[in-house]
Design a protein around this ligand. Sequence first.
Ligand code: WAQ
Ligand code: MG
Ligand code: MG
Ligand code: MG
Length: 257
Amino acid sequence: MLYSVRMRAAQGGAHEQGGTHISGAERLVGEAEWKQVAAEMLERAVSHSKGSADFINLIVETVSRNNVQEITCLPIQSVAGSDVPAGRKAAQAELIKAGVAPAAASAGVAAVAGLQGSMRGAMVLCAKTGKRLDDSGERGIRVSRMDIADNQAYLNWLRRQGYGNMHIREALVLASKVLSAPGVVAELCWSDDPEYTTGYIASATVYTRFTNLKPYGCSIGGRVFFVKENTDLAQLTDYLQYRPVMVKVPAEETNDA
Ligand code: WAQ
Ligand code: MG
Ligand code: MG
Ligand code: MG
């Protein structure tokens, strides 16, 4: 058995009662790990840079190993930007490269930048028109039931490239699952954590980080999944929320080739 452990935390009451989203997390781990993972999530909910939660929802569910899909993690590249307008312009160019129409790319950036409060999930936008397609409102679609297959190999792989922080570790797993979903063309993300200004664009082939997608101290952040026209949304959200996915690090390139 695997254990899907999911947490969402808010301040000022539950999310569904208008509380502000503080933090969320999702893991898919083995029998030996789930209690520890759950305890770490509770700690995170009460020690977050957005404030301390007064509402925490923690769910633990078993998931059969039979239905698990294995996918490979996207490779990473980083682009240093001079300021936020330059970062957002470069991010839009990356979206266009991934197959998103220019108007849809700018609509996606505007959709995240214009959020009034934190969503706990993502918006789904048409990659051609930029029109929002999901009906999840201020909640958004939350991706879950994914994790890294071999955590130590992952940490080593990241460290060799100079990456180590928790944001990258989690975001790359999420993005790899999202881009493996039927109909998804690209993802746009920057954090709602006020101190974390780096965001990314994920395409089918690469995860590109941009150092400045928002000003330091700003707690407006979110995610957009760009999908092909005529994508079956019910099938997509079912995959993103329920299909258990394990992410493997890419095969090593050897030096003695
Ligand atoms: N499913 C869908 N949307 C989510 C999920 C999820 N599981 N988790 C977070 N979001 C949405 C939600 O709207 C959050 O408010 C927003 O994303 C930001 O979440 O390479 O840390 O966890 O250096 O604050 C990206 C760059 C960091 C990492 C992203 O996002 C890097 C980050 P956060
Ligand atoms: Mg978070
Ligand atoms: Mg997160
Ligand atoms: Mg956050």
